[in-house]
Design a protein around this ligand. Structure first.
Ligand SMILES: C[S@@+](CC[C@H](N)C(=O)[O-])C[C@H]1O[C@@H](n2cnc3c(N)ncnc32)[C@H](O)[C@@H]1O
Length: 264
């Protein structure tokens, strides 16, 4: 199997199917370093009581929490009802029911008025979009002048050949994966939309290969291909993901970026 290049409709269908099937598996909290970096970015943007943030692909609400903790409201835009339900339950448990609203919709066409929000955020979803620029444009549209757009996602190397290998592994592992962007592509999105981009913050998460493969949908052929690619990266010195063996176990590190920009 090779990653499809078909239209947005197909990516949305794959996302809906994949996240409906895997909704039960999403219980991970945000790691400490990323949580602290993002909370600081939200605080520094001036977001607070009386403000509204739009969370594109809200899922279990990880990116919504800092805005709620800062005293604001969150409108979650979510394609997958099972994920929205899970997120709504989690945010209710944390005591935020009255300041959250979920809408079942595609981030590419958010049912939110232009300039209605003080901030927009999208965490860990850009690599699932067929057209990330269209989603960024939607985020930029929903935010008022002076408001902020935050994107948090994995990022891959500028080198196309290595990126192709990494994206192939990701797609064979879960069919809702489309393409992880390079940092330069995120920068262009902000800058061409006329945003003032602040210094990107980065963090990394170390993952055990066996854990990463648990509960995914790949066939045995796909598994063998992913394993061969990962071993190839390891043998070539680890590559962008620093693939290496610790005893019998293969580990690797994915890099994540937190971007914040202001709409002038
Ligand atoms: C990996 S989860 C991330 C959830 C959450 N943002 C977080 O950081 O934990 C991706 C979420 O994006 C949703 N999603 C995927 N494509 C979408 C789209 N086109 N529009 C809205 N939501 C989408 C999925 O249903 C899923 O809930």
């Amino acid at each position: 199997m090779t990653p499809p290049t078909s239209g947005e409709g197909n990516a949305a269908r794959r996302n809906l199917d994949d996240f409906t099937r895997r909704a039960g598996q999403f219980n991970r909290e945000v790691k400490e370093k990323e949580a602290a970096q993002f909370e600081r970015a939200v605080r520094e943007s001036g977001f607070g009581p009386g403000h509204t943030a739009v969370d594109m692909g809200i899922g279990t609400g990880n990116a919504a929490l800092p805005f709620l903790k800062a005293g604001g409201r969150v409108i979650g835009v979510e394609l997958t009802p099972a994920m929205a339900q899970k997120g709504a339950k989690r945010l209710a448990r944390e005591g935020f029911t009255r300041r959250t609203l979920h809408t079942i919709a595609a981030a590419e066409r958010a049912p939110i008025g232009g300039g209605a929000a003080d901030a927009a955020v999208c965490r860990n979803v850009f690599h699932h979009f067929e057209d990330p620029r269209a989603v960024f444009a939607e985020m930029a549209r929903t935010v008022r002048p002076g408001g902020h757009v935050f994107v948090i996602d994995f990022y891959d190397p500028e080198d196309e050949a290595e990126r192709e290998i990494l994206n192939r592994c990701e797609f064979l592992r879960v069919p809702s994966h489309v393409r992880t962007l390079a940092l330069s592509e995120f920068r262009v999105m902000y800058e061409s939309a006329g945003f003032r981009l602040f210094e990107p913050m980065t963090c990394a998460s170390r993952t055990r290969f066996a854990d990463w493969m648990k509960g995914t949908t790949q066939s045995s052929g796909d598994y063998a291909r992913i394993l061969a690619d990962m071993e190839g990266l390891r043998d070539a010195g680890g590559g962008w993901w620093s693939v290496e063996c610790e005893g019998d176990e293969m580990h690797f590190t994915r890099k994540r970026v937190i971007l914040a920009g202001r709409k002038d």
